[in-house]
Design a protein around this ligand. Structure first.
Ligand code: GDP
Ligand code: IMO
Ligand code: MG
Length: 454
């Protein structure tokens, strides 16, 4: 069977930790979208691993697959594999031949366009994600399979590179170097192809995964980013360029929707909100310069709110795994979660970070929005409309800071009562049971209510 892990908010909900938790029962962990824009943290044997491309399960000896819906930077891929090997692990990573390759000009253009876009910039990770998906849709991309075939690689590069060079030089008035040089790219990426072939890393993803499922094995589909960063269902244009929603798990692996739908789809929820990047955020507390729209720390910032935001940011370690940027934080946004529950069809929830909110007198959630004088319960379809929404808050009594490791051991009933009230509210509103509750960053610091593979 399959278990699909999906971020229900704006990324960094603790997906890596949940993949790790349930991954024990999985034989294969496959990513279905995104690339090295993701930053997934896994703690194993007291060691912290920060992975941006290699599927989280690879730390624990599972086969990790990068599905056809991913965009793969071979440099990052081999760096991560080599680093894991240096740390004594032996990751088994396979890459779909249909996945697209991030080339150096994609990264360069990502940076150039972000500068150019000003108010429309999403605050990307500058990993070349958007430009690579653009070329995929424009049918001028280079796929992983092409790296194994020198003639095809050469032909693809000779077509596309002069266009990219002209774009950078003539439209954006930038200087270009070897990132835009066909011969250099050909030599470098041909070598990556050789290593992929030598290590027998490439697969026909759908066939590979289906054969495993037919043999009775368990497959985990690891989403990156989150629902509100989805190019279709998120807050366009402040989104990533792929589909983190559960539908992406079928398109991005080659497994049929009935196969994925036969399994479980678990929504990962952070008990508050965090956001790296720009765009509106109705439940935001305080702000972060260069990310919060029209934010000026010296002007009109509410001191109590700023203090609370700083407290949550520091307690939760809300600094980007990939970029180190401070994350924007806010209260839980229920319209965003109702939208996610519908778009993904969650069969269960993992709610993380309830320990971070411990010790506050009260905990708020944005229960609904006031939008043009009306109360609404889900996200409106355009980001301009979302920006006009004002959250209507519901207040919960806070819960105490306790020995969370002991809570994790003792089970759900050991969670402080007020925190359980909060969890039950979320579960009722989303009409999905709570499968797990994160009470700390460590592997043992999760209350497991239900294991989807059992
Ligand atoms: P992902 O991108 O969704 O995999 O999440 P990240 O790894 O980027 O960010 C989540 C961060 O929160 C990591 O540093 C995790 O170790 C940490 N984390 C995950 N779950 C919990 C939790 O329940 N409590 C606390 N305090 N930290 C958590
Ligand atoms: P994980 O998997 C949080 C955000 C970026 C930016 C927008 C587009 O760790 O949850 P991109 O580089 O994808 O073109 O950037 O999406 N973003 C993320 N935010 N977590 C992530 O991944 C993210 N991946 C991209 O900050 O606003
Ligand atoms: Mg992350």
């Amino acid at each position: 069977m399959t278990v699909t892990i999906v971020g229900s908010q704006l990324g960094d909900e603790g997906k890596g930790g949940v993949v790790d938790l349930y991954g024990d029962a999985a034989d294969v962990v496959a990513r279905y979208q995104g690339g090295d824009n993701a930053g997934h943290t896994v703690v194993h044997d007291g060691e912290k691993y920060k992975l941006s491309l290699v599927p989280s399960g690879a730390v624990r000896g599972k086969i990790g697959v990068l599905g056809n819906g991913c965009v793969v930077n071979p440099e990052t891929l081999f760096d991560e594999i080599d680093t894991l090997r240096d740390r004594g692990l032996d990751p088994d990573v396979r890459v779909a031949e249909r996945a697209h390759v991030i080339l150096p000009y994609h990264r360069a253009l990502d940076g150039i366009e972000e500068e150019e876009k000003e108010d429309l910039a999403a605050g990307t990770t500058k990993r070349g994600i958007g430009p690579t998906y653009e070329d995929k849709a424009g049918r001028r991309g280079v796929r992983v399979g092409d790296l194994l075939d020198p003639d095809t690689l050469r032909e693809r590069l000779e077509y596309v590179v002069p266009q990219k060079k002209a774009l950078a030089e003539e439209v954006f008035d930038k200087e270009t170097g070897e990132a835009f040089d066909v011969d250099h790219l050909y030599d470098t990426y041909r070598e990556y192809g050789e290593r992929l072939a030598e290590e027998e890393m490439t697969v026909d993803c759908g066939t590979f995964l289906q054969e495993r499922i037919d043999a009775g094995e368990n497959v985990m589909l690891e989403g990156a980013q989150g629902t509100s960063l989805d190019i279709d269902h998120g807050v366009y244009p402040y989104v990533t360029s792929s589909n983190p929603t559960a539908g992406g798990a079928t398109v991005g692996t080659g497994l049929g929707p009935t196969v994925v739908g036969d399994g479980e789809v678990i929504g990962i929820v952070k008990a508050y909100l965090s956001r790296v990047g720009t765009g509106p955020l109705p439940t935001e507390l305080g702000g972060v310069e260069e990310q919060t729209p029209d934010y000026d720390a010296d002007e009109g910032a509410d001191a109590d709110e700023e203090e609370l935001a700083t407290y949550i940011r520091d307690e939760g370690g809300e600094y980007g795994t990939v970029t180190g940027r401070p994350r924007r934080v806010g209260w839980l946004d229920m319209p965003m979660l109702r939208h996610a529950a519908r778009a993904n069809g969650f069969t269960g929830l993992a709610v993380n970070h309830i320990d971070v909110l411990a010790g506050l007198d009260e905990v708020k959630v944005g229960h609904s929005y006031e939008f043009d004088g009306e109360e609404i319960f889900t996200m409106p379809p355009t980001t301009e409309q979302w920006g006009r929404c004002e959250a209507t808050f519901k207040t919960f009594e806070g819960w105490p800071d306790v020995d969370w490791a002991a809570v994790a051991e003792d089970g759900y009933e050991a969670i402080p009562e007020n925190a359980r009230t909060y969890l039950e509210y979320v579960s009722d509103e989303l009409d999905a049971p709570v499968y797990a509750v994160g009470v700390g960053p460590g592997r043992g610091e999760t209350v497991v209510v239900e294991n989807p593979y059992e």
